[in-house]
Design a binder for this molecule. Structure first.
Ligand code: ZN
Ligand code: ZN
Length: 726
């Protein structure tokens, strides 16, 4: 009798065996529904012999109930699921869930209702709002919510118009085809450097084999236009392309350029898609590039695990970005996994960056990645002039954060009608609030973290768990009214300082709080391009992707901020952020200037930034990493044990520590309370493991951790190649 082994999409169930029932065969990779007790489970038919499980006698097997009408998960993706689970010490089912992440893709309705104007004669007088809706909705079709946004009236107004016969419902197929991209819609003019790099990548797409590239180009060198050429080649060949971007809210600029080049927008994949959009995209991706399927998919890191029918190229843009690392659930790094996917799919992968990760540069210098360089800015624009402002000499006024050279720079730009950008990687108004009377510090009730004041929303917020409370009018502790003092600056406070210095200036705060969705981001970009903003004050959100020709001054308010804390990549991250934000200056015809405020002008990373000496920084950082046995020369892993009960967490950590392996190829630090010792109401203890590259780190960790029985209240997270050290 024929049986199949299912990888069930439920981490607690693992693998289960079933019989085929009255079916002849079910292809490996098929997505199926199977009975389990009185319920059903979804699973993927897995390759024979690859997943260990207990052998169930044949007479006890139940039959597969249904084969879901989607293409089977292909072999390269099945291998990627296995690799990801093993490498990141994650549960196979949890990884597989990322592939089938759109529950609606597997079933659900196939049509949805949209609305449009009927064109019926209007009888009687129109209200102003109905008149506005009639004018703005001409030629539009969408959900009530979408139309309300276009017409800028409430949904209630539109429903009233539907009742009056002015708007009608239309049934729309959810899985309707996407318009095809035209690889030759607009032929760009490329520089010689761009042409050389583009030709190499086009050849790689034609070769149809695994080839990893590091595309290393200075900010403003035209990396996007360059990698659009191999994208065009893949479209011509009828294959699919995945472009991963770090911040999907900031894709506006990218989408405009894409549409100019290919005549149609790409297929988007990110967490804020509606369920019908997810279903449509998922199915089009599984279908392939032909006949209205998905050709070019632009997505956040989760797009990496989608079931592409025929992937021909992967591009990871801003590949150094920390946001490619997922810090909960399956703790994978999309940059590294994309290289593995390219290997399993046997296709080229391009990691593009102006400030590559040290790990990527190391892979290039050892010849594992092919390095392609774009050394100069496109169109002859010059790289900006960079100066340090030593805050120990140029002291800002009391309760102020901008030193005189930076204020002078802002004054000049305002007089010339040019734009300035002030960078401080800290959201909100102030990172700490305390009581002047008793010294009480306002702390999150669920985390060992200070509450950050957000003056724009009049709230105190925890940036770790999302807890929020109104700014109190009196102290929690001593009851004294009007005694709260804001300590330290956030972007909102810097914006206040600018407004006080230059009351006429138009100041915009740009953070994930103010530009949290694509619409708000698009509005901000439109305003900045229309020169309706004089000074932008922003977090790391503004360090990339923007291209404002009138922006000629970048001020880094506190370059030392990122160097604090116990993060092994602190220097690299500071270098990348400051270099990226500096790259926003002088991208048009006018030259740019960058002023970096620091109390440590001699720190190697700050000095390298001032001298524009990237190689010196990377060399020094490489030496430091080699000495420390840190990546890329050695490897790190973190183990976090947590419980709602402090004693339980501590005792579990001690017990795990007692069984630690003693080996020459790794050493283990801990257990110790994690820097964020309380997070979302859970007490946390941490081990840090530093291993030689030759060590079988994952097998060791799995063996060690699974050898100890923990009470049910304990959660254990293993983080391979961690980026977060809290
Ligand atoms: Zn007090
Ligand atoms: Zn919190």
């Amino acid at each position: 009798m024929k049986r199949v082994r299912l990888l069930v999409l439920n981490a607690a169930l693992g693998v289960l065996d079933y019989k085929l029932g009255d079916r002849e065969a079910i292809p490996v990779g098929s997505v199926v529904i199977a009975p389990l007790g009185p319920r059903t489970v979804t699973g993927i038919v897995w390759d024979e012999g690859r997943l260990p499980g207990t052998e169930v006698p044949a007479e006890k097997l139940r039959a597969i109930r249904e084969v879901v009408d989607v293409p089977p998960i292909a072999k390269p993706l099945r291998r990627l699921i296995e690799w990801t689970a093993h490498y990141y010490c994650a549960n196979l089912a949890s990884v597989a869930r990322m592939v089938l992440s759109s529950g609606g893709a597997l079933g659900g309705p196939t049509t949805t209702t949209e609305y449009r104007l009927t064109g019926n004669e209007v009888s009687g007088r129109l209200t102003a709002q109905r008149k506005q809706a009639l004018e703005r909705l001409s030629g539009e079709q969408g959900t009530m919510r979408e139309l309300a946004a276009i017409a800028e009236v409430s949904e209630g107004v539109l429903r009233g118009m539907a009742g009056a016969g002015l708007i009608e419902p239309v049934s729309v197929a959810i899985d309707r085809p996407y318009p095809p991209a035209d690889p030759d819609f607009h032929q760009p003019e490329l520089s010689q450097d761009q042409r050389r790099v583009a030709d190499r990548l086009v050849d790689a797409v034609k070769a149809r084999e695994y080839a990893p590239f590091l595309l290393d180009g200075v900010t403003g060198s035209g990396k996007t236009e360059t990698y659009f050429e191999p994208v065009a080649q893949a479209i011509r060949a009828g294959r699919q392309v995945l472009v991963l971007l770090p911040e999907i809210a900031l894709t506006e600029n990218f989408l405009v350029r894409f549409e100019q080049r290919f005549g149609t927008p790409p297929v988007l994949w990110h967490s804020s898609l509606k369920s019908t959009e997810r279903r449509r995209a998922w199915r089009a991706i599984a279908k392939g590039a032909d006949d209205g399927g998905a050709q070019v998919i632009v997505g956040a890191r989760s797009a990496l695990f989608l079931p592409y029918a025929d992937l021909g190229l992967i591009v990871v843009d801003e590949a150094h970005e920390v946001s490619f690392k997922q810090d909960d659930g399956v703790r994978y790094n999309a940059r590294d996994v994309s290289v593995m996917r390219a290997r399993f799919e046997e296709i080229p992968v391009v990691l593009a960056s102006a400030t590559p990760a040290l790990e990527s540069l190391h892979m290039a210098s050892t010849g594992i990645y092919e390095k392609l360089d774009l050394p100069s800015r496109f169109g002859g624009a010059q790289l900006p002039d960079i100066q340090l402002v030593d805050l120990t000499v140029e002291k800002p006024g009391n309760g102020q954060w901008l030193a005189k050279p930076l204020i002078d720079g802002l004054t000049e730009r305002l007089e010339r009608g040019e734009q300035s950008l002030l960078f401080l990687n800290r959201r909100g108004y102030a990172p700490l609030t305390l009581c002047r009377n008793c010294g009480h510090r306002f702390q999150c009730p669920h985390c060992s973290a200070w509450l950050v004041e957000h003056r724009l929303s009049a709230r105190l917020a925890c940036h770790h768990c999302g807890y929020e409370t109104k700014v109190p009018s009196e102290c929690d502790e001593c009851g004294e009214p009007d005694c709260l003092v804001a300590c330290g600056p956030g972007v909102e406070r810097i914006a206040d300082e600018v407004a006080a210095l230059f009351p006429e200036a138009r100041v915009a705060v740009a953070t994930s709080d103010t530009l949290g969705n694509p619409e708000k981001a698009a509005e901000f970009i439109a305003q900045a391009e229309a020169k309706a903003i004089d000074v932008i004050v922003g977090t790391q959100l503004v360090t990339k992707g923007f291209h404002f020709p009138e922006l000629t001054l970048v001020g880094v308010v506190d370059a030392d901020l990122g160097l604090e804390g116990g993060d092994l990549r602190a220097a690299e991250r500071t270098y990348q952020q400051v270099a990226q934000v500096a790259g926003r200056a002088g991208r048009g015809a006018k030259p740019g200037e960058v002023l970096i405020q620091t109390r440590h002008p001699d720190a190697p990373v700050i000095a390298a930034l001032a001298n524009g000496d990237r190689d010196a920084f990377y060399e020094a950082e490489t030496d430091a990493r080699r000495d420390a046995g840190a990546p890329p020369f050695g490897r790190w892993a973190a183990i976090i044990l947590s419980s709602e009960d402090e004693k339980e967490a501590r005792e579990a950590a001690v017990r795990l520590g007692d069984t630690r392996p003693h080996r020459d190829d790794l050493y283990i630090l801990g257990p110790a309370p994690a820097p964020l010792a309380l997070l979302r109401g859970r007490y946390r203890y941490r081990f840090l493991v530093n291993a030689k590259r030759s060590a079988d780190l994952q097998d060791m960790l799995n063996h060690w951790v699974s050898g100890v029985q923990f009470p049910p209240g304990i959660r254990i997270g293993i983080d391979i190649d961690p980026y977060s050290f809290v």
